[in-house]
Design a protein around this ligand. Structure first.
Ligand SMILES: [Zn+2]
Ligand SMILES: [Zn+2]
Length: 152
């Protein structure tokens, strides 16, 4: 999103539109953008600065860190705010890198399809949200082995 500074009205203007999700340059296969990034930003020149504020959002599919299924969610920054130094000779300000940054900052570090996702059985790999298995937790074996260690 590029703002044409000399054309900006003194009282500021709203900009609404989309940026292709490709600007995110996400190489992580656990993140799939489903649509362009939508922005609604207000830009106003105030005493040597261009103040840009508003909201950016993009629908994505993220891979759950526990069960590895993809789930749909929306990554949104509703309080986007940047100030750019401008002078009388500033022609344009490109907000795109900051839109990218704010979206990336909103990505969860450990995405979960649901807060109580049961994940996968570590032994047979079944998705425990969809079924059950007869495997015993490996922790049982570890404690069992400790019981057999003779002390002293
Ligand atoms: Zn999950
Ligand atoms: Zn199992």
């Amino acid at each position: 999103m590029i703002i044409d500074v000399p054309k900006l009205r003194p009282e500021g203007e709203w900009f609404e539109g989309e940026e292709p999700a490709s600007i995110l340059e996400v190489s992580d296969p656990a993140i799939r953008a489903k649509a362009p990034i939508a922005y609604r930003l207000h830009a106003q020149a105030v005493s040597g600065q261009l103040i840009v504020k508003g909201a950016v959002r993009v629908p994505v599919e993220l891979q759950c860190g526990r069960c590895t299924e993809f789930y749909s969610t929306t990554i949104e920054e509703s309080s986007f705010l940047r100030a750019y130094e401008i002078s009388g000779t500033t022609e344009t300000v490109d907000v795109t890198p900051d839109i990218r940054e704010d979206i990336l900052l909103q990505l969860p570090h450990f995405p979960l399809c649901s807060p109580d996702c049961k994940g996968l059985c570590p032994q047979c790999g079944i998705n425990l949200n969809e079924g059950t298995c007869d495997c015993r937790p490996p922790a049982d074996n570890r404690w069992g082995a400790l019981d057999n260690v003779k002390l002293g």
